[in-house]
Design a protein around this ligand. Structure first.
Ligand SMILES: [Zn+2]
Length: 556
């Protein structure tokens, strides 16, 4: 009797955040039936593997060209999403009565005709001898060799140890934006700018006036593609993000021919240094090059304004008061575009990343549009752009919201839910990929105990997928919490839930294609998210934020 009483108490406490599911106190064996009926009433059956397959085969098709930000493929995908939202009767919530929230981008490109780089007075050829970054510059100076250019306290790496590089041009053996050999993101512990600095940051700190990057084999093997990327496409960034941070240091990327010329007659030649940096030897100490050698960079750049967009739409709630509050759903519809070919394929389709989340949101939108009565709260859909560039779209939306941010009661982010680990898969790159009935759930408990409990209880009473919570930890070395759009909502105090299938062999590869997706899994996860969305939307009070974002997650 006593024991039973305790059990009832536990059920009672679970019932609090979930009145619609548990309020009826049915016997346990009927609970699943009840939830299934409820799911049908709410339109969850509209979400199907077949429907998502047809959406995703469009979104992740080669014609979308990998959906880089900005690109024609991304714009076409945006039109496809908006066209469907229009058909389903969604309320546009972007700019000027459209579903598009426009983001102005500034693009800087090299003006090759006006650019001149000289070594000891001898003019070098742009595109052949070097690739100039699109930073207008007029500098010249003596040269220092500075290892890989990085500072990483925990690894005892200090590229400028015991050398004065002030006012000089540093030659570093690393690829621009690349990581030094043998290091991973997880090795960068502590605070950026203090405990670690990349080559550009550390050079600036040392008073260096310009950088010559000597890139690795992979960069050299794709020299032509890199030339196109750096010289023709240039660098692009949202105009509103411009003011922050110092400008770029002038830099060029050297061909092997130029690297040889730079180290001619020095105590270590370019081949030896290349071997040390990329082969496996240890990196020699920094040294000043012959003071008679002088490099000058006169780089001209052209600037233009182009655009991209988030897609924003609202499904209005049915309750006259609660409809002013929103449950936000998010995914990123961009990917990394066209890149280095692998087995002859250069289109990075991004079917899982994040075609799957993009599709899941479309499927949920279609389901809502078929369902009466409506959920009590409104549902805000945001398809973000530029996630792969550094969470651009979500940062832009949360800094320039088109609805009041404090009316968002929770944000649910879906980034990769389409892949599953097959039985007998021993590929180490699929080690952490979740199985067909599994998904990683991250962040749901970090700010709101109620939201975390609701997420688990909804799943238990419905499809009972295996929710793997191992990354739901502020100390997660993978830092998944920072690595997708939900982060920008959490930063603004909005509790979030992040659904994710885990890293796999095709992550950021041309092989992330729609034929490799487990559509049954996508259906299960999307229906589960959909039911979670309804539970949050129909609660009488919004999920309470009872803890601040953990300190490890608040910074960055
Ligand atoms: Zn992603």
């Amino acid at each position: 009797m006593k024991r039973l009483f305790i059990v009832f108490l536990l059920i009672g406490s679970l019932a609090l955040p979930l009145p619609s599911l548990y309020g009826q106190r049915r016997p346990a064996k009927n609970a699943a039936v009840t939830t299934a009926t409820l799911a049908t009433q709410r339109g969850a059956d509209v979400i199907t593997a077949a429907q998502m397959r047809s959406f995703l085969y469009f979104i992740a098709s080669d014609e979308m060209e990998g959906r880089d930000t900005p690109s024609r493929g991304l714009d076409t995908t945006a039109k496809f999403i908006a066209m469907n939202l229009g058909r389903w009767g969604f309320k546009p919530a972007g700019d000027n009565g459209t579903c598009f929230q426009r983001i102005a981008l500034r693009r800087d490109r090299v003006d090759a005709a006006q650019t001149r780089v000289e070594l000891n007075g001898q003019t070098l050829t742009a595109g052949e001898d070097y690739l100039p970054s699109a930073t207008a510059s007029h500098i010249s100076g003596q040269l220092v060799f500075a290892g890989n250019g990085w500072f990483i306290k925990a690894k005892d790496i200090d590229a400028y140890k015991d050398i004065d590089a002030k006012g000089k041009i540093a030659v570093v053996f690393s690829s621009p934006m690349g990581f030094p050999r043998g290091l991973r993101r997880a090795d960068l512990t502590g605070k950026q700018g203090e405990d670690w600095m990349n080559a550009a940051e550390y050079a600036r700190k040392q008073g260096v006036v310009g950088i010559v990057y000597v890139p690795d084999f992979q960069f050299l093997a794709n020299w032509d593609r890199n030339r196109q990327r750096i010289m023709e496409r240039g660098t692009t960034i949202p105009e509103k993000f411009q003011a922050q941070g110092p400008g770029q240091l002038p830099s060029i990327t050297a061909s092997p021919k130029l690297a040889n010329a730079l180290f001619q007659g020095e105590k270590q030649n370019a081949t030896a240094l290349f071997e040390a940096a990329y082969g496996g030897g240890s990196m020699p100490s920094p040294f000043a090059l012959n003071p008679d050698k002088k490099l000058s960079l006169n780089v001209a750049a052209k600037t233009e304004t182009i655009g991209t967009q988030n897609i924003v739409a609202v499904w209005e709630g049915g309750d006259p008061v609660l409809k002013d509050e929103y449950v936000a759903l998010g995914a990123h519809y961009d990917h990394v575009g066209i890149g280095n070919p692998v087995n002859g394929d250069s289109i990075y389709n991004g079917a899982d990343d994040d075609g799957s989340g993009t599709t899941a949101l479309l499927a949920m939108a279609e389901a809502l549009s078929h369902t009466t009565p409506r959920p009590k709260r409104s549902v805000l859909f945001v398809w973000h752009c530029g996630e792969e560039k550094g969470l651009w779209g979500s940062r832009y939306f949360t800094d320039n919201p088109t609805i009041p941010l404090d009316h968002i009661v929770a944000q649910i982010n879906i980034d990769m839910i389409g892949r599953s680990k097959k039985d007998g898969d021993t590929n180490p790159r699929n080690k952490d990929l979740s199985g067909p009935n599994e998904v990683y759930v991250i962040g749901s408990t970090m700010m709101s105990t109620e939201l975390g409990d609701l997420t688990l209880a909804t799943n238990k009473s419905f499809l009972n997928l295996n929710f793997d919570l191992r990354y739901d930890d502020p100390k997660d070395p993978n830092r998944f919490f920072f690595r997708s759009d939900h982060y920008n909502y959490a930063r603004k105090g909005i509790p979030i839930i992040f659904f994710f299938d885990g890293v796999h062999e095709d992550y950021h590869q041309p092989g992330d294609s729609p034929d490799k997706i487990d559509y049954q899994k996508m259906e299960k996860v999307t229906r589960t998210v959909y039911m979670t969305l309804w539970e949050v939307a129909n609660r009488s009070v919004r999920p309470k934020v009872d803890k601040p974002l953990p300190a490890q997650l608040a910074g960055n």
